[in-house]
Ligand binder design. Structure first.
Ligand code: CDP
Ligand code: MG
Length: 824
């Protein structure tokens, strides 16, 4: 008779084995019908039978032996010396002690002091040493995927292992871990998804949330979930890690959790602002003026080109006090926008100055995105000093880096070569590069912001906060005293906000609202009101309405079947809906392409000097479809063919297409397909993928299903054509859309679009023409209006007047379609 004893845990290997022998005796007693005299000390813990318990004890012991052997080896000792030199080592013991006494701990320390690589590792080491190696399960989250991979690799190496043994990682589409993995580095999104299958994190012993100062949406969300969970899971420990000092907010959110501060070895950094840089470079007023004029032309050009205003409402605007010179002011404003062109020349001049006159040390330039990074890199490559690979090693650092590029960032070049890294704000706190002495900061970062009141998201370079400025400056003082050049004036610096606004307050929160429902966390408004800084109620109501409009929630705010399906796909709800539709209607192949196209940078390039030709190329792909989405689909399909025939580069340059964006689409398609397969949406592979792939009418309908409620009505009279949203706002079509060329020719009553951008006007970018019936069948819900024969669509201002019999037919068709979709 096997005896199952539940809830056993013991503080050490020794007491584990003692317990096991007690159990074994009890087992024997029972088997012989003697009853048992053994008293078992039961504690909390995982369920195990005596056999399992023995196995666990043995495994834990082996883990400890292995760890000790590595620590005593020559290589292990060497690595330990390096680890000991990190500031975090000084707090190792106090940290572990505090953690044993408290359930929540907040840790702050300068970037590079060893928070991410060391603290979770200390926990792992001490658990293994205490003989609890097998039962410990540590999860450390990162807001971005890139550091996850490199940190896991680093920590595994520090433990003398490969990734996937005791240290693993998991990001959205890939991962490396095994049943032996005890410390998992993952993105915050992965932890969120784990909560779906394991809402009380039963098997997890420690959660470490890293980079919480960034106030990402998922992190803020996880904080609410964990705050609820901790009193129920008393075994679970939570560590919050931040690179900035002001963490009282987090500590008080967790009822005065203790704060552990790691004091770093920061060297002083001299800071210069734009006015100093001009003086340093010896710019004469004439040169400055030329500079500014060329810049203005460029800006104007760009303005006409894309109809995007220059976002000058920033604190920059008019009255510069420190440097009262009109041209200079203009220069400063534009400089902060980070477009290619003259400010590249300024960076170039500054880099040349550093490389020719300054002491040794690598340079880190903070820019906004990879487009700018590659633009500047191209320009620098033709420079006599900066482009000479015997003198300068130029490296990019951004979220889309390959592994080889990543390795380059950390590389130490030969002594006479200077490393210059062009980075996004990834290098601000997530990635630590050891040998930086000079920092060039343009003061902006790309971030999404969101105007709650007209529900319009923006993705624009925006001013960073003062705390980000300090972070960036701090990157220069890691190894010795450094220098930081801020390419904006002191005046602007003084105007910057102290801290970054939390993402929860500046982006649409549809996905988060869906998660609240799918994790069964109750009423959405109520749940989110417990966030560290809750979003406005109107933002929540709007998001709930949106989810109801697309059919993910019903009118009682309950998850529908579609909503359930959407919540397991880690993509934006509208893209998820499009993908599900594509699989249900067996035309997934093109739908994968269209959905991927919505998430990457527009592959159609618009070189300033060949604008006409580029437009022609785009129109050629669209034919007379009046659809940017179909144009992209056709371009992608032709490119795919060209790839197979090894002539993709030529194809891209002939057709003004970006190879990089198309490659990104190709990998995204694969990822989407993988997700759909994993969630059971793709069963009969070839049918689901291509049975109806050539049916463009069906594709239009599915595009409208995904993009609804992004609908415009096309209003034509004899001479003009205007476009209105369902909220009756008039909008313009972006010059890049194929629909902008021949507005009068548009032969569809409606356009669906995926993005509304507010700049000087309200613009829509990519759009596709659709018919009444597509909108009626694939858009929002249908209801009858008050008047006879008056059919309307729910939750939008769209109205149709039609005969009652026809209307009935539509309702019938629509219900059939809904049933089909919900059942899947
Ligand atoms: O998280 P925090 O910024 O406090 O520091 P960390 O990422 O744990 O980095 C500690 C040290 O490990 C730094 O000196 C990094 O240069 C080094 N490191 C590394 O060499 N390779 C990595 N992939 C990550 C960190
Ligand atoms: Mg870190």
């Amino acid at each position: 008779i096997p005896v199952h004893v539940e809830n056993i845990s013991s503080p050490s290997v020794e007491s584990d084995s003692q317990l096991c022998s007690q159990i074994a005796t009890a087992e024997k007693d029972i088997m012989w019908g003697r009853g048992t005299s053994q008293k078992l000390e039961l504690g909390q813990g995982s369920c195990c039978s005596s056999d399992e318990s023995v196995v666990k004890t043995q495994k834990s012991r082996r883990l400890r032996e292995k760890q000790r052997a590595w620590q005593n080896s020559f290589a292990g000792q060497q690595i330990l010396q390096i680890r000991k030199s990190l500031p975090s080592y000084g707090v190792r013991e106090t940290f572990l002690q505090a953690l044993s006494r408290h359930q929540v701990l907040v840790v702050t320390g300068e970037t590079g002091c060893g928070k991410t690589t060391q603290l979770p590792q200390y926990i792992l080491e001490s658990e293994i040493e205490a003989g609890r190696g097998v039962s410990c399960n540590i999860i450390c989250t990162q807001p971005r995927r890139l550091p996850v991979l490199s940190v896991a690799e680093r920590v595994a190496a520090e433990r003398g292992e490969d990734v996937g043994e005791s240290v693993g990682y998991k990001v959205r589409f890939e991962g490396m871990r095994s049943t032996n993995t005890r410390l998992l580095y993952c993105t915050s999104g992965v932890l969120l998804r784990r909560l779906m299958v394991d809402p009380s994190l039963k098997a997890v012993t420690h959660v470490v949330l890293d980079e919480i100062h960034e106030r990402g949406m998922i992190e803020d969300f996880l904080l609410v979930v964990l705050k609820d969970l901790l009193p129920r899971s008393t075994r679970l420990k939570l560590v919050l890690m931040s690179a900035t000092l002001n963490v009282e907010l987090f500590a008080s959110y967790f009822d005065g959790a203790p704060i552990q501060q790691i004091r770093g070895l920061a060297y002083p950094v001299e800071a210069y602002f734009l006015e100093d840089v001009f003086e340093m470079l010896g710019y004469k007023p004439k040169r400055l003026l030329d500079y500014v004029q060329s810049r203005e032309r460029k800006i104007e050009h760009h303005y006409i080109e894309t109809n995007i205003s220059t976002e000058l409402s920033d604190p920059v605007r008019d009255n510069f006090q420190s440097f009262d010179n009109r041209s200079f002011n203009r220069m400063t404003q534009d400089c902060a926008l980070n477009w290619s062109g003259p400010e590249f020349s300024l960076i170039e001049a500054l880099l040349e100055h550093i490389c020719s006159n300054e002491k040794k040390g690598a340079v880190l330039v903070f820019m906004t995105g990879w487009e700018e990074i590659y633009g500047l890199m191209k320009q620098l490559k033709s420079h006599s000093i900066l482009g000479d690979s015997r003198k300068v090693l130029l490296v990019g650092c951004h979220g889309g880096m390959t592994m080889t590029e990543q390795k380059l960032i950390f590389e130490h070049p030969p002594p006479n070569v200077r490393k210059v890294i062009l980075a996004t704000n990834l290098a601000e706190t997530s990635v630590t590069i050891d040998d930086i002495v000079f920092v060039v900061d343009l003061g902006k970062a790309k971030e999404t912001s969101y105007d709650v009141h007209n529900d319009t998201p923006y993705l624009l370079p925006r001013w960073i906060s003062k705390s980000s400025v300090l972070q960036r400056r701090g990157r220069a003082g890691r190894v010795r005293p450094g220098v930081c050049y801020h390419l904006y004036s002191r005046y602007i610096y003084n105007q910057l906000p102290e801290d970054q606004q939390p993402e929860l307050l500046r982006t649409p929160i549809h996905s988060i609202c869906l998660q609240v429902k799918s994790l069964k966390l109750g009423n959405i408004v109520h749940f989110l009101s417990r966030a560290l800084q809750p979003p406005e109620i109107i933002a929540v109501t709007k998001a709930v309405e949106f989810l109801q409009t697309i059919g993910a929630l019903n009118e009682f705010e309950e998850l529908t079947d579609l909503g359930q399906h959407l919540s397991v796909l880690p993509v934006e709800p509208r893209i998820g809906k499009m993908l599900i539709m594509g699989s249900v209607f067996h035309c997934l192949n093109p739908v994968l392409t269209i959905a991927a196209g919505l998430s990457v940078r527009d592959p159609f390039l618009k070189p300033l000097d060949q604008r006409e030709l580029a437009e022609e190329a785009r129109l050629k792909f669209s034919g007379d479809s009046f659809s940017d989405h179909l144009a992209l689909l056709h371009a992608y399909e032709r490119w795919d063919l060209a790839m197979k025939e090894n002539r993709a580069r030529a194809f891209c340059s002939d057709n003004f297409l970006s190879m990089q964006s198309l490659l990104a689409m190709s990998s995204l398609r694969k990822q989407y397909l993988e997700l759909l397969r994993a969630s059971g949406f793709v069963q009969d592979h070839s049918r689901t993928l291509s049975e109806h792939s050539d049916d463009t009418t069906l594709l239009r309908a599915i595009i409208s299903a995904g993009l609804y409620p992004g609908v415009l009505s096309v209003m034509k009279d004899a001479v003009s054509c205007t476009f209105k949203t369902v909220e009756d706002e008039e909008v313009e079509i972006h010059a890049n859309s194929v629909n902008a060329r021949n507005k009068m020719g548009i032969r569809f009553p409606w356009l669906v679009f995926n993005e509304k951008v507010k700049t000087s006007h309200l613009f829509i970018r990519d759009a596709t023409g659709i018919s009444d019936s597509m909108l009626l069948l694939f858009g929002g819900r249908l209801t009858f209006g008050n008047e006879p024969g008056h059919l309307l669509m729910d939750r939008s201002g769209l109205e149709f007047f039609m005969r009652r019999d026809l209307a009935n037919l539509y309702v019938h068709l629509r219900n059939t379609l809904d049933t089909l979709l919900q059942k899947k």
